[in-house]
Design a protein around this ligand. Sequence first.
Ligand SMILES: O=P(O)(O)OC[C@H]1O[C@H](O[C@H]2O[C@H](CO)[C@@H](O)[C@H](O)[C@H]2O)[C@H](O)[C@@H](O)[C@@H]1O
Length: 438
Amino acid sequence: MNLDLMDVKSNHSAPVLADPAPMNNTRLGIHSSLYSPPGVVFSHGLYLTIPRKKTNTLDDFRSSSWLDAMKSSSPTHRKITKDSGTDLVSTDADVAYRNWMLKYPSALASFEQITNYAKGKRIALFLDYDGTLSTIVDNPDCAFMSNPMRATVRNLAKYFPTAIISGRSRDKVYEFVGLTELYYAGSHGMDIIGPVRPMSNDPPNCIRSTDNQGKEVNLFQPASEFLPMIDEQVFRSLVEITKDINGAKVENNKFCVSVHYRNVDEQVAVIQAPETISVAVLFKSVHDILKDYPRLRLTHGRKVLEVRPVLDWDKGKAVEFLLESLATSIDAGLSNCDDVLPIYIGDDRTDEDAFKVLRVGNRGYGILVSSAPKESNALYSLRDPSEPSGEGILLYRRDPGSTSGGSEMLVLLMAHFGDLALYSDRILGSSVRMVELR
Ligand SMILES: O=P(O)(O)OC[C@H]1O[C@H](O[C@H]2O[C@H](CO)[C@@H](O)[C@H](O)[C@H]2O)[C@H](O)[C@@H](O)[C@@H]1O
């Protein structure tokens, strides 16, 4: 559900904030139990599991972590409650989620802590795309971003340097987001368009280029040598071997390739005849192809296998690269700014590399978008990009030209994401809390 203006105005209930964890201050104002979990209970029964009795040649695949990864790669709260069909399990799921939130408190509930720490600092915002700015859908070509979300990101970018870091190709994610004022990193950070940095700082594979608007930018493609192999050989081979697997889809993400199995029949019921399990066949086929390409590796995303170069580069490295670019670029507005607070919001395993980078030395905040408990290097959580909600929290800056509070510019940084928008204070409903960023 997208909240329109009427929804916001008519929702007069106080913000329904998730159970706040007791907070002790650390440098980032983070609950100390984040570093030593307070007996968090994970209900493994919430996840579907597959029997591991060996029966034939596909056993290695069934009994390895591959199928487990498949089953847990996209657990959704909705699916758990729907599939189980009982209120009891639904309650268990809620309890497990609340317990999990002791370790990963809601970013909404912790918003004052975040903004307190942000005072006096320049925020740099990094956003994943799928599952963060758009909801997960069956067809990857239709993972559109809502207009309110787009408007919010556009407005955020007026205040904070903002970058999208996606596993998609850079062109594709730009096509979805469509905002020229952002920086974009595609192929899990292996294809970055960022602000121009002084030549002396340029690593190899970094060149000056122009973006779609003719603006001078830096183009950094650390995996450029892999392009012919991935594009001309691997992508084609993967398309060929999966063409008879109903529902499989291969997506060319330029420096990596995604093999989707969200729509492939998992056939868990016929586990005794594993040769009919299409997903297992798919995994084996992809694995077999990769034997011929030792310089490529396989990672798991949400119902997707991702083929990528063996390269010491990931979303975390991309965040570091962009932070350095932003800090040295006059255009980006972070130069001469000692204190930058990076915030990264993402939902998937590949986002963990970025969370890790921010976690080290309490450098910034990682926020995991997840509706199911899972281990993460993030510090905070949000439940779902599209969860219906009337709550919102505003991060705002006073308009320097303003003489009255009535004309303050208000920027909604994080509500439940599907409902993000820019509002003026005149139209805010009482369900929105405001936190001033000085
Ligand atoms: O880093 P991201 O921007 O999150 O990209 C990761 C992968 O996202 C896409 O796949 C996922 O979203 C699809 C659309 O909702 C869904 O159908 C699929 O099951 C998910 O895995 C994208 O299609 C992949 O290429 C990206 O690698």
